[in-house]
Structure formats: C-alpha cells, structure tokens
Design a binder for this molecule. Sequence first.
Ligand code: ZN
Length: 358
Amino acid sequence: MKTLAFSGRLAGAIDCDVHNAVPSVKVLYPYLSEYWQDFMAEAGHPSLEPNYYPVNSAIAARPEARGAGGPPGADPDALISLVLDQTGAKRAILNCLYGVQALYNEYWAGAMATAVNDWLADQWLDRDPRLSASIIVAPQNPAAAVEEIERRAADSRFVQVLLPARTQMPLGRRYYWPIYEAAARHKLPVCIHAGGGGGGNPPTPVGWPTYYVEEYLAVAQGFQGQLVSLLAEGVFAKVPDLKVVFAESGFTWLPSLLWRLDKNWKGLRREVPWVDRLPSEIIREHLKITLQPLDEPDELRRLVETIDHIQSDQVLLFSSDYPHWQFDEEGPLPMALSPEAERNLLFANAERTYRFHA
Ligand code: ZN
C-alpha cells in the first residue's frame, strides 16, 4: 500500500475536502419515506453516484480506495486509515458527492439530500469523532435546503453546507439567498464544490465542448463566474457573516481575477454600490479555497508566490481530495512556506472557518 509521501508534515492537519461515497442506493432506503422508496423501486432508479472514477481509468482514484465492493470512498475503514491514521491529520471533512443536485425533480432531490445526511450521521460520523461532514442540500429547492440546514444545525458534526459549482443560475442570485442566510445564522460556511448538473447549462461560457479536457479546464472559469456573481449581486453585503469555501476549484486564477475586479470596479462601481470597497478586500474576508488539486507548476515555490499575490496566507485550506489520485508522491507543502503560513494552511485557517465539535 502506498502511503502519503509527506505524512510526517501533516500531523495535526485538518483535511477540508475528502470524498466518501454511497456504496449502493439501497443503503439509503431506510432513510426514505415509503413514497420515495416506491417511486425509486417502480422506476428502477439506479444509484445517483456520479461516474467520477471510471473503473478503467487507473489514475482517477487512489488504488487503495478501489475494490471494496463499491465506488472509491465507500469503505470507511480504508478512508479513515489513509486520510487520518497514516497522515496524522486530526480531522477530515466529508463532502459526499451523490448527484442529488443534478435531479430535475426538486422534491425527490430534497428527499435524497435528507436521506444522505441521515446515512452520513449513522454510518460515518458515529464511527469516528475525527470525521465531520457537509450538509447535503438540493439547491433546486431553496426552501427544502433551508429546512435541511435547520434540521442539521444542532448536530455540530455537520460543519458546512455543500453546494455544487455548476448551478441553474449564478449563485449570487437572490433565489439562493435563503440558503446563505440560514447557513450564516448557524455559523456554517457554504462550500461550493466542483461539479453539479448545471441545470442544462454548458460547463464552458462558450457552449458545449467536445472533450472532457475542455470541461475539466473550464471548472476554474465557472468558479470565477460564481465568485463575481456572489460579489456583484451583493451576497456578502446582505449576509456579512457568510463564509464561502471553494473546493476543487484550483486557486491560481484568483490573483489575476482580483486584479481585474479591483481595476474594473473603480470604473463601474456606481452600478453595484453595495460593493463599497475594493473587491479584493471583501473576497479575502469571505473566501477560503481548498488546496487540491494543486494547479501550480512543478516548482512548488510558486505556491509561495501565489499566496503573496493573494496578499493573504489565510485563504487556503489544506485538503487531500481523497480518493482523487493527485495527492501522492510529491509533497504539496513547499519548504519555502514560513512556519506561520504552513500552520495556517494545515489547520489554523480551518479552525478559524469552522465550528468543530470537540
Ligand atoms: Zn473534492
């Protein structure tokens, strides 16, 4: 079994993006009403598990995460061993990606979100106190999403609300504000993770691409659009306590976006008077970004330069993105990081962002 090459340096880290998986749709049936059980059984609905780790694509997932009779990430023992025991990390946040947000039936999506959260609490969070989780919600139905946030908020093992990066509308639109208000009310960040159905929208701003490589590269563009939308529509002014975490977004695009925003805000700010100071200042206050996949060039010293360009070492959160296989062999923590910057990256920024249970 491979171990993480930099394990010694991860002692005490908080891993802010770990993916567990629903092994089979059948495990969710006990958490669904008779109505939804009948609905799914009659239609023969298979799993909603996204095909993130094609079986014949060897590099899509860490090999240790495969072969347990379900998709990678379905085996709690393997996940806990690799992500926590072998690295010395002290906590991991489970982001269970299960296709709920891609359903067009918003009522079914809401029921599935509730079922996944119940299953997470029973089968994962009860198993190891080092595990925390995101609350799965269906953004297709903001009222149901708010109900779900209210239902989970008292359980401090749920530490944030999970939304997909590809949505029917830009995430700054007023339609989504009740979700942000509910999250902030309970001091829960909103994590926007790569993926989602997009409500029929193409993944690139210029239309439907032919190849996966085009879609994969466009992920960063989508995140930039969502960030500008949150800022320009006034979400950070309306919900000043809201924290937003971007996961699996990459981050090397952030400095140039902040430069463009600040420059163009100076000419266009009359249109958005609620953006009442430099956009870069507002974004640095509200935004965190998980580390993996690291889209720096090979020379990891560039991470230091990027942090310098962001003008803050308090934006990045450590993540392994397990079971994606982009976190091996090379240590993602350049020695050039100052001890304080490394401490912030590994756990201090996360502790400032989340309300963790004891
Ligand atoms: Zn991820």
